[in-house]
Design a protein around this ligand. Sequence first.
Ligand code: PLP
Length: 471
Amino acid sequence: MSANFNSTPNKPARHRSWAEPFKIKMVELLKTTTIEERQRAIAEAGYNTFLLRSEDVYIDLLTDSGVSAMSDRQWAGMMLGDESYAGSANFYHLEATVRECYSYAHMVPTHQGRAAEHILSKLLIKPGDYVPGNMYFTTTRLHQELAGGTFVDVIVDEAHDPQSELPFKGNVDIAKLDALVERVDAKNIPYVSLATCVNMAGGQPVSMANLRELRDWCTRHKVLLVHDMTRVAENAWFIKQREVGYADKSVAAIVHEICALTDAATMSAKKDALVNIGGFLAMNDPDLYRRACDMIVVYEGLHTYGGLAGRDMEAMAIGIRESIDDNHIRARIGQVEYLGAKLQAAGVPIVRPVGGHAVFLDARRILPHVAQELLPAQALAAALYVDSGVRAMERGVVSAGRDAKTGQNYYPKLELVRLTIPRRVYTQAHMDVVAESVIEVTEQAASIRGLRFVYEPEQLRFFLGRFEPVA
Ligand SMILES: *Cc1c(COP(=O)(O)O)cnc(C)c1O
């Protein structure tokens, strides 16, 4: 069968699966539990998967945040931690990496993404301002509101439709921005908040064409463009796959091009950048950098460590480079798409197209008998855990919270359960078990009842809220 052999080294293989570009050096053993144990555990956790103990979980798809497996090189980097209070060598390595890979001239480390959002919101937003964004993110919107701003959703309408097959459902609808300027005037818009691979829309990417248009719009209206770059590498992979002219560009080059079109960025390095803790705030404007340094010493730490140990900054610098490698991203998203394809083949309603970091189950369609007031996605996540020990997360009315001004619940169109795939952690066989369990729970969905709050925190209620089944 020598005809199937690819003898020229540079000739691309015709078809090869997305197999992982790594092998496993160390394993962590998992506990298995019985269905009775899981029923007890979820009741004790108030039917909130955030309140389960992780040792009671078999396959943990709660989040992709801070749960990546680091490489041997990153672990070696941990040993190179320069734990100096000021001017750590690891800070300079990280700063140089952010400049080279992401284009931003200045960077202050933070302990994670929301700390960067906090500092940025305080620096740029004044009470009464409006902050448009391509769909809200929980912590991002909260920090905008705490600074006195009002979030305005300017994502394309298709993003709210789980069945729309649009390839770039993360795009900004420029007409919505124009309408906002008409209504409130550009001087009350400090910046546009642009997320790449929009989490709340199902991990949906933004196209380069849309980003260029947005760049022009911001320049024209003298409004800053701030990039939530938590999942920029995954966004770059989709541009490479779907946008004309990018097939032959590397993910690294596309990532750089995206960042270079924006003015500043907040990063949760716990996602794309393959570390267990860390983030940063980056910008090009030296004056904004100076003001960020002044504020970082109040809330995080000196501007050369910002709440991180030297070893954490080293692991992040190495992780950033690994995260923008084509082979890494191909396998990462390949695994997510593998799970999505299995569920779709079985007829499970999911958000289409499958996103970069997670498969999102459409709880509205799986539980049509549970009204949105009775928190269908929260109930579905609890039922999935009881079935198999797979831990997922609600992204629906519970996550959406209440309008800060009126106190009314936000009722988002998307009522989803997120199966978030940690990077480099689980195997294809794990994905098979997840799919089997989701399919079975979906088939028995008629027996799932809704939930109601028994404890509702004021902010970010999905983290610590407690629930009980309704009769
Ligand atoms: C996780 C996340 C954040 C917040 O980052 P943390 O590191 O969890 O504080 C902000 N934006 C997006 C899109 C995220 O996914």
